[in-house]
Design a protein. Structure first.
Length: 133
């Protein structure tokens, strides 16, 4: 999937639902004020000095769990981000703009419906959405 490069406060990405009560969010956000403190030093080393964040969260028995993963990637304010997620059993592999994130161990085998999502009242454009088994 490709997402337009976000302005502050824009959040968007992928949702995978095993069923109505269990699933996974894999999304990108850009908000300099919301970058976790442990990521700020890494963000300062990027050419722009800013980071786009990859976040993973789980829906378990109908309740969203605290965020299980935050990883920082270089922010470039123009163009599009590519976000690729590959599920292999209980392992999630993600690439942001062709750069691999650390693999993430899932608490369940990912299966079911997949789609795109965005938060809040802004617009966010998507393109090149592909899902396959």
């Amino acid at each position: 999937i490709c997402l337009e490069r976000a302005q502050p406060g824009k959040f968007g990405g992928l949702i995978l639902l095993n069923d109505s009560a269990n699933g996974l969010l894999v999304y990108l956000y850009y908000d300099p004020e919301a970058i976790p403190p442990e990521m700020r030093e890494r963000a300062a080393k990027f050419p722009s000095g800013e980071a786009t964040m990859l976040r993973v969260a789980y829906l378990v028995r109908g309740e969203w769990q605290p965020f299980v993963e935050d990883q920082a990637f270089a922010h470039n304010p123009a163009g599009w981000h590519s976000l690729q997620a590959t599920y292999e059993g209980k392992l999630l592999r993600v690439e942001v703009d062709g750069v691999a994130a650390e693999p993430i161990k899932l608490p369940f085998v990912a299966a079911g419906r997949v789609g795109v999502l965005k938060w809040y009242d802004h617009t966010l454009q998507f393109r090149n959405f592909k899902a396959s088994r």
